[in-house]
Design a protein. Structure first.
Length: 251
């Protein structure tokens, strides 16, 4: 490690990763944003799913000031966050075969929709099965994952495949296996994970692309505004009413 303090080292590492995804994932970000715009234009609905800490990036694009109003959270009870007790239950549920099928069967997802699935490792049964079954329904799937896991770990799905193998578009977060950017001789384990920073940035880049693409086509993007600016509530009320048949988080 350099002479810079750990805080600075972590921020430098995150910046380096952000630069990598900016440069190396530019085409896939463009493709993903275009797919979202196509879905909106064609009357489809948008959903995001992530388990554990991957759910943070999914939640960040749902009901978000400056974000697309049509992005809905596909929630799986017990795996959305660390509020479940014990917290380790969420990790265990990610490995359960059949759970994704049950979730999709009771969800509003239908042919013509687009689902963003976020899974850092992409190796657990839940995200793999979610992608497989969603595509079988005619749903387009965007996967956000670290492709490195597919070559350095083993799949936990019965098919032996990873999330990346069942997506229409794959965004590679470039996160190293283990998700820890720093090491110190005095600390027994690697530390300072950057996956949330990078994954959230990737998804916001996709949202920005989708909004700009819709505008280029002469379609007003269904964007939300902050409720803390004058007129924000009125603006959001209009958007939510206009698209109420494609928004599920207000029901």
């Amino acid at each position: 490690m350099s002479d810079r303090k750990p805080a600075g080292q972590f921020i430098d590492a995150a910046i380096d990763l952000l630069r990598r995804v900016r440069d190396e994932e530019a085409d896939t970000v463009e493709a993903a944003g275009t797919l979202l715009a196509d879905t909106v234009q064609n009357g489809g609905r948008l959903f995001a799913f992530g388990a554990g800490h991957s759910s943070l990036a999914a939640q960040d694009v749902v009901y978000r000031a400056g974000g697309l109003a049509l992005m809905n959270l596909l929630a799986v009870p017990g795996v959305v966050g660390v509020d479940v007790m014990p917290a380790t239950l969420g990790s265990a549920l990610e490995r359960v075969d059949g759970l994704a099928s049950a979730v999709l069967d009771s969800s509003p997802l239908r042919e013509g929709d687009t689902l963003v699935i976020i899974s850092l490792s992409g190796r657990n049964a839940l995200p793999v099965e979610m992608a497989l079954n969603a595509r079988a329904l005619g749903v387009r799937v965007i996967g956000v994952t670290s492709v490195a896991y597919a070559s350095q770990t083993k799949s936990r799905h019965t098919s032996g495949t990873f999330l990346k193998d069942h997506c229409d578009i794959v965004l590679d977060s470039k996160i190293a296996v283990g998700d820890a950017e720093l090491t110190l001789d005095t600390v027994p384990a690697p530390f300072a994970p950057a996956s949330t920073v990078v994954t959230s940035a990737l998804l916001q880049a996709v949202m920005a692309t989708a909004a700009a693409t819709l505008a280029d086509r002469g379609i007003e993007p269904p964007l939300l505004r902050s409720g803390n600016v004058d007129g924000g509530h009125e603006w959001n009320g209009r958007v939510l009413e206009q698209y109420r048949d494609r928004i599920f988080y207000r029901r």
